[in-house]
Write a protein that binds this ligand. Sequence first.
Ligand SMILES: [Cu+2]
Length: 662
Amino acid sequence: MPDRRQFLRRATVCAAALSFQNGTLGQTMLHTPTSTAAATADFNPDIEIALTARVAAVNLRAGGATTLWRYEGAVLTGAATAFSYLDSNSHIPIIRASRGQKIRVRFTNALPESTTVHWHGLHMVQKMDGHPMYAIAPGATFVYEFVVDNRAGTYWFHPHPHERTGYQVYHGLSGLFLVSDSEEAAAQLPQGERDVALIIQDRTFDSGNQLVYLGARRQERMQGFSGQQVLVNGQLGYTREAQRTAYRLRIFNASNASSYLLKWAHGQAFRIIGTDGGLLEEALERQTLSIAPAERIEVWVDFAGFASGQELQLLAETFTPALDNITSSQSGATLIQGARPIATFRLAGSATSTSTPPTRLSTYPPLLLSEAINQQSARRVQLSMMQGNAMLNGRIYGAMDEVADDEKVRAQTVEVWEFANDSPVGMLMAHPMHVHNVQFRVLSRSVSSVQSTQLQTLRSGIVDEGLKDVVQVLPGERVKVLMRFEPHTGIYLTHCHILEHEDLGMMRNLLVQTALRKLDTVKSGGTATTAVIAGAISADGGLSVTNEVTAPARVDIHAGISPETGHVGRAAGIVVVLQLLHSNSWLTLTASGELRPFNSAAIEFYKEIASLQNYHEIALYSGALTANEKGVFNLYIGYAVDASRSASDLIYSAEPLTLTVR
Ligand SMILES: [Cu+2]
């Protein structure tokens, strides 16, 4: 049995979505269909970039220009290196920033359709996350402002408009967002010319050198798009001259749907130093690398032991989401060991002495299963595909603000999630699952009952170590991950990163609700009052956490309780505490509806609930406010489970509902 108080302290979660007559607070918060955002006057960015998405012709290969959708950028403030293109002539942009820097991106949509910019893997407030609810119309601008608070690592950005992400990314819209920090600097990894990004994308070109994407048929989209050629950094047969020394390679699968199994033609093992969320704590070695769409794997390699003029080839086998190995049907260089060379390092220069392979790379706060509020009952996300739909828990993406009860979490709490790709009906495919605004640890990967050769081959190279924001979930598997939600609250997303699946609706909103804490500062005392407690219906019928009314006014107050997962099904007492700011008194609402001085030594409960459900809505008050009731009122709601009834075991809302009566 975990110690109860420890458990509660750790949990820091619980109750209190405040809601009113005309709908829940959640819905009110979600009513933000803005497609523009202006710069904030006092933001003072360290880096300011003008970024435009437009249609442009780019010379990708011989035979004429290819029409792409591309990002163009210019640095307005900060180092010129903050924005560049990969390999100088490429269309793939790179933004470079240090942890802690303030970034402003003045984005202009010069495309013929709406788009957004999602900063994949980075922690963002809701409005800056590129959620499709913030679609930016053609010709419109949107100013993204955020502070980089992720660890050093290889992050990226791409469009996230509803149902069009696959098309827009395929046609060229994606870029790297590289974060550096002091810990990375201390690791003394190869830098500058020896820090190389390898971006893998598969594309199909027609005879006029134009990109060919799949059609609108649902069946095609279910299969996902896999191209006939595998490009690295925009080029087929990517070749790079390299010195005979150590390199850092940031390998990133930016393909829409294909997964790759990578290996060196010369048989060397990969020394893995980082994954999605930055450097590993300790380097590890693998003979092959399996990389799913949106995943990043960083490796360290030393070319010192090879001769000048020698060519080292990185080989790839391509797997579709259905795990068909289509390498032999793809074009490109000759097959080697059943794979195609996708990148070649041609060694040059004088020999340098062999470098010491990195071992210890970083440390980060442990994320422990014991911290999870649902250690015994993982939050299940069932993946399924049937009747032309790709679904999460049997649902496809609905309204922009639609959130089911089982899609709500609490900021700063730790949860276990289980992605279950074992639906007994429908098609089984690999689904790389991504959760916005969080980096997680992979806890376990069940052995699948489906044991095809392809699946075993692909699984053999999977890198689950480190902090991740995408995890490959193979057919028949269940993968458990552990994550701590960031302090940012609001609507984020959980989705499959096969972009055609995402566009089909294999995506759901994730509502991160306010972190709740025990209100230790509640004081007893004060005097009873006839003042009516908090909350108001504003002129348009909408409601927010902070309300103002001019007396006389009518108010309706409801409070919602969403207990932490571990408390569902248990008996609980609900307490309502009212703080009168004008008199600095604390009151509690009794079961009979009276307001009495709050006494922490003898808590009076407003209501008993026999079995806590995921959500309870409680009507607290309905009536009129008179001019005598002017002032500011803060309302908190809390609960205590089972027989525990002492003040120290109560879990309160962190933020009050505030009503100002003028
Ligand atoms: Cu999928």
